[in-house]
Design a protein around this ligand. Structure first.
Ligand code: PEP
Ligand code: MG
Length: 582
């Protein structure tokens, strides 16, 4: 018997795997709200603070609406709802009531909004009509967004999520994803978001099956109802019937067996059948991933994304705090190298403490992001450089600079590094200059790779951004996700050019974008001249298996035939088939 309630919601598969569990629908409510009295003299300032928060929420709702409006069929309700939400923030009873409470009761803005939500909700409920009661929920939702904005800090939306649940949400930011604990959370699905955004990368790093861009996902589903996420096929199934559940339970069991087999490769060296060693390194999103990296047999950390230190907090981490985190990692790695990338916020990655300085650009991916921000706010960069230099006293580190677009930027970074070293010496801290490398992730950097190689000790190719900037495709935008193609011949040529420049200058070149963890890509990348790959620890065993099953000669032949193609479809077909093996 089929369960009538089974509903399949299609989106984009952003992290493979299957999750089965009770839904935990992220509502906007449930934020703890501070309440305190304010002096009469502060009433005007408090009202102004309320209006500032309203403007921010309206802007955010506008952005959500634009993205929802462009979703495939099914998102009309969401668009209408967001319109209604925006209306509730312009001179409505919610706003007027909150203003009144600030002025008369002299309460802080968060408490005023909270009280007014309660008043309006009670009013709707008293009307005894289901439809109107739902409007009360909408008021609460808008009010809570306002409270979150006023508090200017993140709270953990998953704190009350039951063990083994599947998160369903409008949107998951990279900062939200960092709060998910695998084991406690089985997977997630969202209505918004593309496959190559940082929430997606975080999901893959955590091994959480995930789907994004699933319109109308949260409509008509309540927390506690059964949900399945198929992160490879890219859909969520709400209230699956028994046969569907059984099918996916089999799938889970099969995957478990496969993982066990791959785990046995841990101590097998990553060498091709004709004897070419390949350096397999790990990317770390969060320090806790280091255990998985070591378990997978990574020879070092090819990319530590330091953004986690800046997420989910209202302030910036100081030098000592950053040093303590890095030192612990260096010690844990026990002689393996730690490649620390300096802060890469901006674009879709935001740090609350840096506020509007990075978030307000019309085109944030092309704005004040990564090293551009670091060079404009040298204190931010210097603090991080000092912490890395100090961590280098305890084991090998490398410094990696994100979003480099010119040789001059590397010269500026090196000058700052010297200054930071001198300052540390004056404080009596003796440090050595570690190798300094550039992320090659902007076409201009790839095209001057020969010149950059003269001022860099190593390159790390960021294929995620290199694809985004070469093809002009926003990596986090679900509407153009189908056009995002890291195997586009233009991207491959830039990778090949960069690898060749690295060879000529005799500096190591790694790839640390998501294609490095795609086992199908390994023969091509090797054939293009890359000998080091850095990836999510969970993907390392499969890539290793691939390497041990091929020869360099096959990889070179394969790369040559791929590079002879200019049609993306031809390349995709070749990638799906892989190199001819004898
Ligand atoms: C990349 O762009 O490929 C990369 C590794 O950096 P991030 O994904 O953090 O931008
Ligand atoms: Mg990048």
């Amino acid at each position: 018997m089929k369960n009538d309630g089974e509903r399949k919601v299609t989106g984009i598969g952003i992290a493979p795997g299957v999750a089965i569990g009770p839904a935990f629908v992220i509502e906007q409510s449930g934020v703890p709200v501070p309440e305190y009295e304010i002096p009469v003299a502060d009433v005007a300032a408090e009202t102004k603070r309320l209006h500032g928060a309203i403007a921010k929420v309206q802007k955010h709702l506008g952005q959500l609406r634009a993205r929802a409006a462009a979703l495939p069929a099914g998102a009309e309700d969401m668009v209408l709802l967001l319109d209604a939400y925006k209306a509730m923030l312009s001179g409505s009873r919610l706003v007027r009531g909150a203003e009144d409470i600030i002025a008369r009761q002299r309460l802080n803005a968060e408490a005023a909004v909270q009280k007014q939500i309660a008043v309006l909700r009670a009013g709707f409920a008293a009307m005894g009509d289901e439809y109107l009661a739902a409007r009360g929920d909408d008021v609460a939702d808008v009010g809570t967004r306002l409270i979150r904005s006023l508090q200017e800090q993140h709270y953990n939306p998953f704190a009350a999520a039951p063990e083994g649940c599947v998160i369903l949400a409008e949107e998951i930011t990279p900062a939200d994803a960092a709060l998910m604990v695998p084991g406690r959370i089985a997977g997630f699905a969202t209505m918004l978001g593309g496959a190559e955004g940082h929430a997606a990368i975080m999901a893959r790093a955590l091994g959480l099956p995930a789907v994004s861009g699933a319109a109308a996902l949260t409509h008509g589903v309540r927390s506690g109802e059964m949900v399945i996420i198929d992160g490879r096929a890219g859909f969520a199934i709400i209230r699956p019937d028994a046969a569907t559940v059984q099918h996916y339970r089999h799938e889970l069991a099969r995957k478990k067996q496969e993982d066990k087999k791959l785990k046995s490769l841990r101590s097998v060296p990553a060498v091709t059948q004709d004897g070419t060693p390949v350096g397999l390194h790990a990317n770390l999103e969060l320090p806790r991933d280091v255990d998985a990296a070591l378990e997978a047999g990574a020879i070092g950390i090819g990319l530590l994304r330091t953004e986690f230190m800046f997420m989910n907090r209202p302030d910036l981490p100081g030098e000592d705090e950053q040093y303590a985190v890095l030192r612990k990692l260096v010690e844990r790695l026990d002689g393996r190298v730690l490649t620390v990338r300096t802060l890469d916020v901006g674009g879709e990655k935001l740090a609350t403490a840096l506020g509007d300085a990075v978030g307000e650009s019309v085109n944030p991916a092309l704005g004040l992001r990564a090293i551009r921000l670091g060079l404009k706010q040298p204190k931010l960069l210097d603090t991080q450089l000092a912490a890395i230099l100090r961590a280098g006293q305890h084991g090998p580190v490398r410094i990696l600079i994100p979003m480099v677009s010119s040789v001059a930027q590397m010269a500026q970074v090196r000058a700052r590094l010297l200054q930071v070293e001198r300052r540390l010496h004056r404080r009596g801290v003796k440090v050595k200059q570690p190798p300094v490398g550039a992320m090659i992730e902007i076409p201009s950097a790839a095209l001057v790779a020969d010149a950059l190689a003269k001022v860099c000790d190593f390159f790390a190719i960021g294929s995620n951004d290199l694809t985004q900037y070469t093809l002009a495709i926003d990596r986090g935008d679900e509407h153009v996700a189908d056009l995002y193609d890291p195997f586009h011949p233009a991207v491959l040529r830039l990778i090949q050019f960069t690898a060749a420049a690295g060879w000529r200058a005799n500096i190591p070149v790694s790839i640390c974008g998501e294609i490095a963890g795609d086992r199908r890509a390994a023969p091509l990348l090797l054939g293009l001249g890359v000998r080091d790959l850095s990836m999510s620890p969970l993907r390392l065993p499969a890539v290793k298996q691939e390497i041990t099953q091929m020869t360099l000669a096959q990889a070179l032949g394969f790369a040559e035939s791929v590079m002879a193609k200019t049609d993306e479809a031809d390349i995709r077909a070749m990638m799906a088939q892989g190199p001819a093996r004898k």
